[in-house]
Every structure is written in structure tokens, then in C-alpha cells.
Design a protein. Structure first.
Length: 319
């Protein structure tokens, strides 16, 4: 009997299916590869936006559109979760930061991170850990569309920081990241039978994993040099990034438990994992570099969350 083939010996389709099953570990490993292999991070630095657009296209192919429409018919739940992420959590985070004495760049960065929209990868991450990918997609898209109108006044009012977000430039970026994938996914659904999409679903999930890994390579560009130059500050910022991510996750899950466990846990994942790439793209050059560094550090809890939280979610849902 021949030996069992490893991942490298699998066909491309089987390899992608294997990647979907190992998604959490691949994402966790990918962020560290991007950190410790600077040439690889530099190579993928300029394809972050294209990678995110491809990611959104594949995510749209895997969600249940009927379920998405069903959530849109529950506007109170969607509006409450969106308002919680964009308005309530920033104020709560500000209060906690001030009470903890975090009134410097790290405190400002933590509060601004709580103002961000849900990460584009949130629906994919929800699927990886067995949560509600449909509500994750709806809230991710809505918060992405609304964040230009909520984040600037909150940042200026709470922290006195001008985010200088250009609505025109941001809208053009959103059209690429959300609008184009929507059109492409609709076109694919028109020419590919639903049974075929379902059959290749695990391979699509594996492709999503690798696109997120490539995105992780790109956002780690320059991080190793910063770590070597200021190790104590970077490690402190990293600890705060994890505390902020998991703290917002837990608070949101408890706040929305009345909506059902699956929705509440997905909401927590949305609250913890925010789109820091958007702020990195639009903040002015005069922004304190420690704030920008913290946004990059937020990628670590984002990428590690599927690996770390999947067994937790499995146990909670079983209980």
C-alpha cells in the first residue's frame, strides 16, 4: 500500500481543500513568515488592495445570498450591531483607555482602532471557525460604507486627532474593494451552476486562506526592523493589540447574546477584528508613527484569532 501523500503531493484542488481544513494554522504561520522574511513582505506590499478585492470576491461566492437578504430584512439587528461597532465601542474604549492612563500614542491608537470598520476578512474568518458568515458579510460591508462618516468626527471629538480621510478617495477605494467583487461574483453565479459552486466550495475556502496569507505578508513589510529597533515598545503595543481585540470581542458577544449564540459570537469576532489597512492607507504623513505601528501590530491578533479561538467557539457552542 503506498504511503499517504502529504500536502505537497496533492493535486491543486485537493491542496486547496486541505488548506481550508488547516486555515487557522496557515494564517497563524503566515503572519510570522511575513515578519521574519522581510523580502517576502516587501514583495507583496503593493498587492494588498488587489488581494483584498480577490478575497471579497471569493467570500461573496461562498455566502448564502438568501441568508444575507434575510438579515437585511432584520434591519434592527443589523443597525444595532453596526452602531455598536462604529459608535458605542469607540466611546467605551476611550473610557477604558483614559481610566487606565493610556493618554499617549498607544491610547489614541487603541481608540482609533475601535472606530474602524469590520475587517474584510471577517466573513471568511467566521466561516473558518464555524460562525455566521452571512451576518458577518452584511455588517462588514455596511460598516465599511459608514466608517468615513463616523470615524473622523469621533477621532476629533474624543482624541483631538484629525484623521484627514478624503471621502472621494475612500469611496473610490471602496468601489474597488466592495463594488467590483460584487459584480464579479454575480457574473460568476450567473454562468456557474449552484451545484458546481457547492462542489468546489472547500477549494474556494482554501483559496481564501491563501489570499489572506498573502495579505499578511504585505502588511508585515518593515515590521521586523521596527521590532529590532524598539523591542520593548513593540511588545507592549502587541500586548495592547491583543487585549483590545479580545476585549471588544468578549464584550460584544455578551451584549448581543439575546440575538442568539451564533450571531453574538460572530458579532464579537467582527468587533475584535477591524480593518486597520484602511487607516494606514488614508492617514496623513504627519501622523505619529507609533499610531501607525500599532495598526500594523493589530494584524497579529487578527491573523491568530481563527487559530486561537476556534477551539473556544467549538466548546462554547457545544456547551
Amino acid at each position: 500500500m503506498p504511503p499517504t501523500a502529504g500536502p505537497a503531493a496533492l493535486s491543486p484542488l485537493r491542496f486547496l481543500e486541505w488548506s481550508a481544513r488547516q486555515g487557522g494554522a496557515l494564517l497563524a504561520g503566515g503572519i510570522f513568515v511575513g515578519l521574519f522574511v522581510p523580502p517576502l513582505a516587501a514583495l507583496f506590499r503593493d498587492v494588498v488592495t488587489i488581494t483584498v478585492a480577490g478575497l471579497m470576491t471569493l467570500v461573496l461566492l461562498r455566502v448564502d445570498l438568501a441568508q444575507v437578504v434575510a438579515y437585511l430584512r432584520r434591519p434592527v439587528l443589523v443597525a444595532a450591531l453596526s452602531a455598536w461597532l462604529l459608535l458605542v465601542l469607540p466611546v467605551v474604549t476611550y473610557a477604558v483607555a483614559m481610566a487606565a492612563g493610556l493618554d499617549g500614542p498607544l491610547g489614541a491608537a487603541l481608540v482609533i482602532s475601535a472606530m474602524g470598520c469590520a475587517a474584510t476578512s471577517s466573513p471568511a474568518f467566521a466561516r473558518l471557525v464555524g460562525l455566521d458568515g452571512e451576518i458577518s458579510l452584511v455588517v462588514a460591508v455596511i460598516t465599511t460604507l459608514l466608517v468615513p462618516f463616523t470615524a473622523p468626527p469621533l477621532a476629533l471629538g474624543l482624541m483631538g486627532i484629525d484623521l484627514a480621510i478624503s471621502l472621494q478617495g475612500l469611496m473610490a477605494r471602496l468601489a474597488l474593494v466592495v463594488g467590483l467583487p460584487l459584480l464579479v461574483s454575480i457574473a460568476i453565479r450567473r454562468v456557474v451552476a449552484p451545484e458546481t459552486l457547492a462542489r468546489f466550495g472547500p477549494a474556494v475556502d482554501g483559496s481564501v486562506v491563501w489570499l489572506v496569507v498573502l495579505y499578511g505578508f504585505g502588511v508585515m513589510d518593515g515590521m521586523l526592523a521596527k521590532l529590532l529597533a524598539e523591542p520593548a515598545w513593540v511588545m507592549g503595543g502587541l500586548a495592547l493589540a491583543f487585549a483590545g481585540n479580545f476585549g471588544m470581542n468578549i464584550v460584544t458577544a455578551f451584549a448581543f447574546m439575546a440575538a442568539g449564540q451564533r450571531v453574538a459570537l460572530a458579532g464579537g469576532l467582527l468587533a475584535g477584528n477591524r480593518n486597520m489597512a484602511l487607516f494606514l492607507a488614508v492617514l496623513p504623513a504627519a501622523t505619529d508613527e507609533r499610531i501607525l505601528l500599532f495598526f500594523a501590530l493589530c494584524q497579529f491578533p487578527l491573523f491568530l484569532s481563527p487559530f486561537l479561538l476556534r477551539p473556544v467557539y467549538r466548546r462554547v457552542r457545544a456547551g
